[in-house]
Design a protein around this ligand. Structure first.
Ligand SMILES: O=C(O)C[C@H]1NC(=O)NC1=O
Length: 239
């Protein structure tokens, strides 16, 4: 099978990190094609970056060859609903994937993301997924997204913030709330003593499973293919 793994921001370093993480998680026989949309913001920090990234991601999907499944590797799950309308295969964002995985491992989980501005977006997503009761809190390490490209300097800040969050929330699992943190998960797991859930690998494995079960995105409701736009003949009169 072929999974298109899209980093919706245009950071080359983060795209490499995400692609490497996805390829390492995939089973033999699963081709993971890692890419990012040219023209998208270098990082996604808040609503307007998200709108721009979703636009360019949608264009990239439409210009890419067919894939059996899709992973969108921005923790805000940017553009997931729109891509689901346009393709047949399963589409999963790393936020939704990681949150669901955490509920299978722990009673309560916390999310640690980059900046405060992302927190309300992720809180709203957890509620939309029906997981607000299991998510004890969403917190920011107060590091810009691109800071995670230099794992060394960001790691200590992230680890200390994670310890504080787990203690404050009394959570028993931690979800990494940024695609750029993917490569830091194994080391954090070793130091924190709780499951550290990272969405890129989770999303690739979930999509892989759905494809292997021949399960695709439903086309009878909210994710139906868009209708062609045909103007009413003689239309254009304003009443
Ligand atoms: O908002 C965040 O921090 C997370 C999100 N931004 C981004 O460029 N990739 C992400 O996963």
């Amino acid at each position: 099978m072929r999974i298109l793994l899209i980093n919706p921001n245009s950071s080359p370093a983060m795209t490499r990190t995400i692609a490497n993480t996805g390829k390492a998680a995939a089973a033999p026989g699963t081709e993971v094609v890692g890419t990012c949309p040219p023209g998208a913001p270098l990082s996604i920090e808040g609503h307007s970056d998200g709108v721009l990234a979703a636009f360019h991601t949608l264009k990239l999907v439409e210009e890419s060859g067919p894939a059996d499944g899709y992973v969108l590797a921005c923790f805000d799950d940017t553009g997931v609903d729109a891509v689901r309308e346009r393709v047949a295969g399963p589409v999963l964002g790393i936020g939704e994937a990681a949150m669901h995985a955490a509920t299978m491992l722990a009673c309560r989980f916390s999310i640690l993301t980059s900046l405060e501005r992302s927190v309300p977006i992720l809180e709203d997503n957890a509620a939309r997924y029906g997981l607000a009761a299991r998510c004890r809190g969403v917190h920011a390490a107060q590091l810009p997204v691109l800071a995670f490209e230099d794992g060394k300097s960001a790691y200590a800040v992230l680890r200390d913030a994670a310890r504080a969050v787990l203690e404050r929330d009394r959570s028993d699992a931690l979800v990494l709330g940024c695609g750029g943190m993917a490569h830091l998960a194994p080391r954090l797991a070793g130091e924190l003593g709780v499951p550290v859930v990272e969405g890129v690998a989770c999303a690739v494995k979930f999509v892989e499973s759905l494809v292997s079960l021949n399960l695709k995105t439903s086309k009878t409701g909210g994710y139906a293919y868009p209708l062609a736009k045909t103007p009413v003949s003689g239309g254009g009169h304003h009443v």
